[in-house]
Design a protein around this ligand. Structure first.
Ligand SMILES: Cc1cc2nc3c(=O)[nH]c(=O)nc-3n(C[C@H](O)[C@H](O)[C@H](O)COP(=O)(O)OP(=O)(O)OC[C@H]3O[C@@H](n4cnc5c(N)ncnc54)[C@H](O)[C@@H]3O)c2cc1C
Length: 208
């Protein structure tokens, strides 16, 4: 073999390897995560409608639904390997444990109003826990209290209170689509905060 043909063979080998599809690291993680998630409950159908991989038909729709700052929709911005939409606390526990096992960072989305994208962008491989299905609100006027799941929106909370009472309210922000999870954990000020303080001054986090 001449030097030239050896060089061209080397080049063609190099090209041959470089155009082969990269090993599907992402696919392996997703498959293994799904196994981990289901084994946490012993129910093999558990992931259906709850865990969405990049190949799920609903993945893009779901992702776009909480990306409020469209700058982060761009293809150059890293996207989550998985989106988990828990329907009960067990699903959150499974998602966190399996994320840790697979070296995935977990990001939590409540109302998606973090315009810096903290709830749905990361520089390392990650998954999103989207609380969209955990938004129940139970009002107890007798004890002047309410139990709110973190995926509820402020507008839903105000509406639920108004349905029970004409004289009760809750001191929080003005935008009805802001999520309770991000708003209450970050302070939360609104039109009656001079008298009643921040939303965070009025809440208790349950120990689970
Ligand atoms: C249009 C608009 C109007 C606004 N009006 C007001 C206002 O009147 N008063 C005011 O105080 N603020 C206001 N804000 C700011 C808003 O309160 C914050 O951006 C808040 O963090 C948004 O919460 P979210 O759940 O909607 O956002 P997300 O993007 O879902 O979450 C925000 C942050 O909280 C974290 N997070 C969310 N849920 C949880 C959870 N359950 N557990 C742990 N971490 C969680 C996320 O990971 C992220 O880091 C406004 C924002 C917008 C865009």
């Amino acid at each position: 073999m001449t030097l030239t043909s050896a060089k061209s063979l080397l080049l063609s080998i190099t090209i041959f390897f470089s155009i082969l599809p990269a090993p599907s690291f992402s696919f392996d993680i997703e498959r293994s995560f799904l196994q981990c998630f289901t084994s946490g409950s012993g129910n093999s159908n558990l992931t259906s409608g709850i865990v969405f991989t990049k190949s799920s038909s609903s993945y893009n729709h779901l992702l776009q639904s909480f990306i409020r700052n469209l700058r982060f929709s761009d293809n150059s911005v890293p996207k989550p390997n998985l989106i988990v939409t828990p329907r009960e606390i067990l699903h959150i526990q499974n998602a966190v444990l399996c994320a840790k096992k697979h070296g995935l960072q977990a990001r939590v989305v409540s109302g998606g109003h973090d315009y810096e994208g903290l709830s749905y962008v990361s520089d390392v491989p990650f998954l999103i826990i989207d609380l969209v299905n955990l938004r129940s609100i139970t009002i107890d006027i007798k004890s002047d209290s309410a139990w709110i799941e973190a995926g509820a929106a402020l507008g839903e909370l105000y509406y639920a209170i108004a349905k029970h009472s004409k004289i009760h309210g809750f001191p929080a922000g003005t935008c009805p689509t802001v999520g309770v999870g991000g708003h209450l954990s970050g302070g939360g000020f609104g039109t009656i905060f001079r008298k009643y303080g921040l939303a965070a001054d009025q809440i208790m986090m349950p120990r689970l």
